[in-house]
Design a protein around this ligand. Structure first.
Ligand code: PLP
Length: 360
């Protein structure tokens, strides 16, 4: 048995892969495979409306919010969010908790906005979360941008340590959406690229508070960049990523069948706790992220010797444990334990790490 610890595109449920494989065959009735159907077909209508309904059910998304399926990944959201919402002050407040917060800041700046970094833990290698300063004046910024889970560095704003702002809050949930519970009502906009917990790359989910949109003057913003256009056309303002939405819909079915976000969270807590417990008692490896902020989905650790880490990650590949290298910018190890990762993967990883430790 082999396991894939990739940070994304990441492991998908085996049952979903089986269904996808079958869908690539020409259907006896329609004479088409899944990548040949029209987005205007009844078949796809059922898929996309089903996907929205299921996501709403899983995240308890009320009618106050619109849900749209877009393309362009999380990175395009780094531009769409400021284009749609940084329209009054052209000032975005941001907590710098890692690489993807920095990237979002850079994109917003290039669009001509001011980005106020309220706090950063860069000098601590992002192993701690930046706290919201008490004197933050929410009225001076259009919104506060956070990344709930820092995919590369492994620190997370869990629901219980979210910054409490009096203003608007935008969250990049790309790497922990549906992995742990969040109250959607605490946010004004949420986005997530699909390729970690939702399905394959190619679809990006955006959850937008409708009333916030109506307040904006979008003069000069092109049609594809306006959320309202995608909302008005039920995510079919242009041709949507039919296959990616098809696969996403199957993943959502799977999550519901397993018991929803509550059950995903229970499993993810258990998986992460087992791995962190092993790492914490080990004298060979360390998990450097502060305990209260530790990610459930991206577990970062090291032996303290980055060259040695590389050698061990290579040995892991030979043992059938794939993609354990940390992000190229930080090195070390990163074990991504998304929803579809079984506990047996964690057990296999611990057994491997233990063996290496004993031989060291
Ligand atoms: N935000 C987070 C938290 C991510 O982990 C990633 C990618 O890994 C991105 C944004 C960028 O997403 P994409 O590659 O889909 O543009």
């Amino acid at each position: 048995k082999t396991y894939n610890f990739s940070a994304g595109p990441g492991v998908m449920p085996e049952e979903v892969i089986t269904q996808i494989t079958q869908a690539f065959e020409t259907n006896a009735h329609t004479h088409m495979s899944i990548i040949e159907i029209s987005h205007r077909s009844k078949q796809f209508q059922t898929i996309i409306t089903g996907a929205e309904k299921k996501l709403r059910e899983l995240m308890h998304i009320s009618d106050e919010y619109a849900v749209v399926f877009l393309q362009g990944g999380g990175s395009t959201q780094f531009e769409m969010i400021p284009l749609n919402f940084a329209t009054k002050h052209h000032n975005i407040a941001l907590l710098d908790s890692g690489n993807f917060a920095e990237k979002a800041a850079e994109a917003a700046k290039q669009l001509g906005n001011k980005v106020t970094i309220l706090n950063s833990t860069k000098d601590k290698h992002y192993q701690k979360l930046p706290l919201l300063p008490d004197n933050f004046d929410a009225t001076s910024a259009d919104y506060l941008h956070i990344v709930t889970n820092n995919t590369i560095e492994g620190a997370t704003f869990h629901q219980n340590n979210l910054p409490k702002t009096a203003g608007r809050l935008v969250a990049d949930m790309s790497s922990n959406i549906l992995a742990e519970p969040y109250n959607v009502s605490d946010f004004d906009a949420i986005f997530a690229g699909g390729q970690k917990n939702l399905g394959p790359a190619g679809v990006t989910v955006a959850i937008i508070k409708k009333s916030w949109l109506t307040e904006q003057d979008l003069t000069g913003v092109g049609p594809m960049m306006r959320y309202q256009n995608h909302i008005d056309k039920q995510s079919m303002y242009n041709t949507p990523p039919v296959f990616a939405i098809y696969a996403l819909n199957l993943v959502l079915d799977w999550v519901i069948q397993q018991g929803g976000v509550t059950e995903m969270y229970r499993r993810n807590l258990e998986k992460a706790a087992r791995l962190y417990a092993y790492l914490d008692q080990s004298e060979f490896y360390t998990a450097p992220v502060e305990v209260s902020a530790r990610s459930l989905t991206n577990i970062v650790f090291t032996t303290g010797d980055l060259e040695q880490d590389k050698v061990i990650a290579k040995q892991a590949t030979e043992a059938g444990l794939f993609n354990l290298n940390g992000h190229r910018s930080v090195g070390g190890f990163r074990a991504s334990l998304y929803n579809a990762q079984p506990m047996s993967a964690v057990d296999a990883l611990i057994a491997f790490l233990q063996k290496v430790e004993q031989q060291a």
